[in-house]
Design a binder for this molecule. Structure first.
Ligand code: RUB
Length: 345
């Protein structure tokens, strides 16, 4: 794509915000990407074929920002999966609320306005579906929480917060230990949101989790990706926490709408782990003072399914070992990759 057209400013702005983590968390990233694609389509004055190229370039710019957040890839699949003329293969929009936007596009015979309007409609349906799914995940996960339960959270997950909020709305009284989540301290946002909900939050350094686990009833974590075999990819530190919880016999609940399921794992692909800038861990000056050690900053890790109890999805509670079945129903074996120049060829 050397002579690729420039991306729409809304796409560039969103990509920059996602890459810098001004927008973060898998569900908010997916929502922002769908919105940016809709704006790019609505405001383009390109012809049909040019618009397809523009949208593919936009998809690539967005897709490459946070490789571990599969919701981002799935959002693009949902909005742009039928981009090619005559394509009828997009069953990637199976979230609640997306049905109306499916199936009406006539591919090659569509005018540019039709194509742009179709992308806008798909994006809007996707965003509505995402919000609905999140609320349903909250109800499903929240039902597992009982009066007096002590929770332990990691990072900042809007799906986890939806579960806690749903329980609080049923007058369930909860308290929570909140891991601060180095290096970006997303736990601070979780503590703030829990306090605002009326849930007493106690902030912990990450290394303290094992020590408090005997007091904990549920570990609650979100997801950036769940693989066909039930492996969870989530914020770095999740795997260690789940291993500790297994030793302490504390159940680990993953809150994740089906947008987090990675269809490519059906074909044996592994969700990539994003490596972020060393400066998130150690500033340049301090690093020099320490004799310039190497710094590793993997942003996510993989938790094996045997350390997880259940996944709360919008379709109900799912055993990690059953994720593959949902993936097969949702995406089939060849999910579209609209960010890939060779997709559909
Ligand atoms: C955030 C993170 C969250 C998941 C789920 O990582 O790991 O647990 O993204 O979030 P980062 P949500 O801060 O690097 O984006 O439930 O909001 O989709």
């Amino acid at each position: 794509m050397d002579d690729a057209p420039p991306v729409h400013p809304a796409v560039e702005e969103t990509a920059t915000a996602v890459a810098s983590m001004a927008i973060r968390g898998a569900a908010p990233i997916a929502d922002a990407a769908a919105e940016a694609l809709a704006t790019a389509a609505a405001e383009s004055d390109a012809t049909d074929d040019e618009l397809r190229v523009e949208l593919r370039v936009a998809a690539r710019r967005l897709h490459d920002t946070r490789p571990t957040a599969i919701s981002l890839a799935n959002a693009i699949r949902c909005v742009l999966g039928d981009l090619d003329p005559g394509s009828q293969r997009n069953d990637a929009c199976a979230l609640p609320g997306t049905g109306d936007a499916n199936g009406d596009f006539e591919g090659a015979s569509a005018t540019t306005d039709d194509l742009a309007a179709w992308v806008v409609a798909r994006a809007s349906a996707f965003r509505d579906g995402l919000a609905e799914a999140q609320a349903a995940v909250g109800r499903v996960g929240g039902n597992r929480l009982a009066d007096g339960d002590v929770l332990l959270t990691h990072c900042h997950s809007t799906a986890v917060l939806a579960c806690i909020e749903a329980a609080v709305e049923r007058d369930v009284e909860l308290s929570a230990y909140v891991k601060e989540t180095r290096p970006r301290y997303q736990g601070h946002a979780t503590a703030r949101d829990l306090q605002a909900m009326g849930v007493d939050a106690t902030l912990l350094v990450d290394g303290a989790a094992h020590a408090v686990l005997p007091e904990v009833d549920h570990v609650l974590v979100g997801a950036d990706s769940v693989a066909a075999d039930g492996t969870l990819t989530n914020k770095i530190g999740t795997a260690g926490l789940a291993a500790s919880a297994a030793v302490r016999d504390v159940p680990v609940l993953v809150a994740a709408s089906t947008i987090k399921l990675n269809p490519e794992t059906l074909a044996g692909h592994v969700t990539p782990i994003e490596e972020r800038d060393a400066e998130e861990v150690l500033g340049v000056e301090r690093r020099a003072e320490l004799g310039d050690p190497a710094v590793a900053n993997p942003a996510f890790d993989r938790t094996p399914p045997e350390h997880l109890d259940a996944v709360a999805t919008e379709d109900g509670i799912v055993a990690p070992s059953n994720v593959g079945t949902i993936l097969r129903e949702r995406y089939g074996t060849a999910p579209p990759r609209p960010w890939d120049p060779d997709d559909g060829e």
